[in-house]
Design a protein around this ligand. Structure first.
Ligand SMILES: [Fe+2]
Ligand SMILES: [Fe+2]
Length: 190
């Protein structure tokens, strides 16, 4: 049986590695060094493919099931987490839009890019902390509920989508490659 909470927690570790890399990019920008567009785009691709499209989609499938099967007390937490998912998506699209101007040497764009990266890193860290403290215990206690089967099926569906595995592997490998370039320690790819 799929360990739902374990899967999500494992993904949180990978996301935290990517946040360490984001920290290294912020430090570089802070020193006036603009990383090449391909490095910036690789980190943004990871945010899009791994953190948002895959991990967030799985969590939101879990959210709907928890809202359906638990009492109303879970709703404020789920609402906060969903709002935060939407907010970080907006930040990632703002980052994407800034890349050409950052590469073009626009100092204002560089400043904004750095500010958005810092905000993304801080928010995502806090978000993972909140999920670890408050969401994971709910997911764990749902293991014996009838909704659990549906959550597992939905996770399997998201992971089994066409080319999903290949895209996720490529995103993780890009993070590993950049981690060694920017001297950040990350876990080995699973
Ligand atoms: Fe989340
Ligand atoms: Fe998460």
């Amino acid at each position: 049986m799929t360990d739902l909470a374990g899967t999500l927690q494992q993904e949180h570790l990978t996301i935290r590695d990517s946040l360490d890399l984001v920290g290294a990019l912020v430090d570089a920008l802070d020193r006036g060094v603009v990383p090449p567009a391909e490095d910036l785009n690789a980190v943004l691709d990871f945010m899009d493919n791994f953190t948002d499209r895959s991990h967030r989609a799985k969590e939101e499938a879990v959210f709907s099931e928890l809202v359906r099967t638990s009492d109303a007390s879970v709703r404020p937490l789920i609402h906060r987490l969903e709002v935060e998912h939407a907010r970080t998506r907006q930040i990632v699209s703002a980052l994407h839009a800034l890349v050409p101007r950052v590469e073009g040497g626009d100092p204002r764009a560089r400043q904004d890019f750095e500010m958005y990266l810092r905000s993304y890193r801080m928010r995502t860290r806090d978000h993972i902390r909140e999920e670890t403290r408050h969401l994971m215990p709910l997911v764990e206690s749902a293991t014996r509920s009838p909704g659990h089967e549906r959550m597992v099926r939905e996770l399997g569906r998201i992971e089994g989508q066409d080319s999903e595995e290949r895209i996720l592997r490529r995103s993780r490998e890009a993070i590993q490659r950049l981690a060694s370039k920017y001297s950040v320690r990350v876990r080995d790819a699973a």
